[in-house]
Design a protein around this ligand. Structure first.
Ligand SMILES: O=P(O)(O)OC[C@H]1O[C@H](O[C@H]2O[C@H](CO)[C@@H](O)[C@H](O)[C@H]2O)[C@H](O)[C@@H](O)[C@@H]1O
Ligand SMILES: O=c1ccn([C@@H]2O[C@H](COP(=O)(O)OP(=O)(O)O)[C@@H](O)[C@H]2O)c(=O)[nH]1
Length: 454
């Protein structure tokens, strides 16, 4: 079997705890089959380019330091101030500059310089996410001939939005240097095919087969990412005895728990969710004091201005809701900026009666899947899920909501709180069946088998 080489901006180095679905999902995938994992070290150094090597089990990690300028132009800049909002349909937040784009290309070229000499012709290289769109083209220019696949973890927006990006053709045509390009959902794939047809100078030969203006063919497909379902389920069952879970149980004094777990990111719809929870308190006054909403929101990309503004906004909203609705012995919203390990988080999920997963746009949202996997099948909690998360395509038995419709979300919280046991079990079983079959191993195998055959 050929060696697997994974390339991603974020690498889950041994012993590091950082929130983010990509690193968590890839860690599970790379542990199963071993290989090389290449990416940014997460460190800022005097100069870009120093390489670090670490081994853990069957994984070899190679990571590269970046200078402050490169990190700012590439990661804080073009990746997270230009591409991230664009790909999440937030044209209003897109900030573009030639300097940031140049920095993005510079870091991609640096990665290609460091990675190319490590590759063999029979390797299979799997590149991840919007940080590294041009990497295949840059590797090919350096003589790399092995199979190259790309997976986009975030949504692919409509083609008119993509076309609003200056120099969009140069960037997105770079995808044609891959042999296979994967998306989270069929809708993402369809929107990309529209872009290729309308703006990308290419042609859709048939669904999932694309041809560039120069006549090069590549495959494209939908590969919804998933979780290590059995592991999460097992972890949640064991977490019940953990001190952190016992403390949370005791602190609730018999009240139901609603939980939200998200990086502090504007794509996750947190202000709307806070307001919807307040609307629930207003529309259902008889339920006041019966439910506590715990929002775990570790700070993410804190150096990007839009993320700092969001943090301030949420602090204000949590204070406002608690000030207005709390009682001497009850605080409706607990807002926590800490990052919790899965060993505790899965126990919190199992304890919760309701999960609020209401992003405005999300590539997949692994939290939604983890919440389902963590439930006790005898007495499962209810998932309130945004239709605009990739996960909604698979988790149709969740209470699907429009996150912009505050009344609708408030009603869904009340419905979830009152849902009879029989209905909760039926919904949970259907979702769990899907997750048992479509877990992280199935995702990895499906993508890699398609790439090897491409
Ligand atoms: O690496 P960060 O800048 O700290 O951000 C964390 C990750 O966020 C995004 O995750 C996406 O991937 C998940 C797994 O496929 C998916 O469920 C979620 O919907 C996406 O938002 C980002 O795409 C990753 O590159 C980041 O590492
Ligand atoms: O305190 C936290 C908050 C989040 N996560 C994990 O971070 C990932 C978030 O992935 P998701 O796909 O939901 O969203 P992303 O952050 O990647 O956009 C999930 O595995 C969460 O369990 C975590 O381990 N600890």
């Amino acid at each position: 079997m050929s060696r697997l080489v994974i390339v991603s901006n974020r690498v889950a180095l041994p012993g590091e705890a950082r929130a983010g679905g990509l690193a968590i999902a890839l860690k599970a995938a790379v542990e199963e089959c071993g290989g090389l994992w290449f990416g940014w070290s997460g460190r800022v150094a005097e100069e870009s380019g120093r390489v670090h090597e670490t081994f853990s089990g069957n994984i070899r990690y190679i990571t590269v330091d970046l200078s402050e300028q490169d990190r700012d132009d590439y990661y804080h800049g073009f990746a997270n101030r230009t591409l991230w909002p664009l790909l999440h349909f937030r044209m209003d937040l897109v900030d573009y500059s030639r300097e940031m784009y140049a920095g993005y290309l510079r870091v991609n070229a640096l990665f290609a310089d460091r990675l190319a000499p490590l590759l063999q012709d029979d390797d299979v290289v799997w590149v991840h996410d919007y940080h590294l769109i041009p990497l295949a083209q840059l590797l090919r220019e350096r003589g790399v001939r092995c199979r190259l696949g790309f997976f986009l973890h975030v949504p692919m927006p409509s083609s008119d939005l993509l076309a609003a990006l200056p120099d969009h053709r140069r960037l997105f045509e770079g995808l044609s240097a891959y042999d296979l390009v994967g998306f989270q959902t069929e809708r993402d794939l369809e929107r990309f095919q529209d872009y290729v047809r309308l703006f990308g100078r290419g042609r859709v030969v048939e669904h999932g087969v694309l041809e560039t203006a120069e006549g090069r063919r590549l495959r494209a497909g939908a590969f919804p990412i998933s979780i290590d379902t059995a592991h999460i389920s097992d972890l949640a069952a064991r977490a019940v005895g953990k001190a952190s879970v016992k403390r949370l149980t005791a602190s609730l004094s018999g009240r139901a728990l609603a939980i939200g777990v998200d990086r502090l990111d504007y794509s996750k719809g947190l202000p709307e969710r806070f307001r919807a929870f307040e609307r629930y308190l207003q529309l259902y006054p008889e339920q006041r004091g019966r439910m506590t909403y715990l929002q775990i929101a570790p700070v993410s990309r804190g150096e990007v201005p839009e993320y700092r503004t969001l943090r301030q906004q949420l602090e204000g909203l949590a204070g406002h809701i608690n000030g207005k609705h709390a009682d001497a012995d009850w605080t409706p919203v607990r807002y926590v900026n800490r990052n919790y390990p899965h060993a505790s988080l899965t126990g919190f999920f199992r304890l919760a009666r309701v999960a609020l997963v209401t992003p405005l746009r999300d590539g997949m949202n692994l939290v939604a899947k983890e919440f389902v996997a963590a439930q006790d099948g005898e007495d499962p909690g209810v998932l309130v899920l945004s239709s605009f998360a990739g996960a909604a395509r698979e988790l149709q038995q969740a209470l699907l909501v429009n996150p912009y419709d505050l009344d609708g979300v408030a009603d869904a919280i009340a419905t979830a709180a009152a849902m009879p046991l029989e209905e909760r079990r039926e919904r949970w079983q259907a979702m769990m069946q899907r997750l048992r079959h479509h877990d992280i191993t199935a995702w990895r195998q499906h993508f890699l088998a398609t790439l090897r055959a491409a």
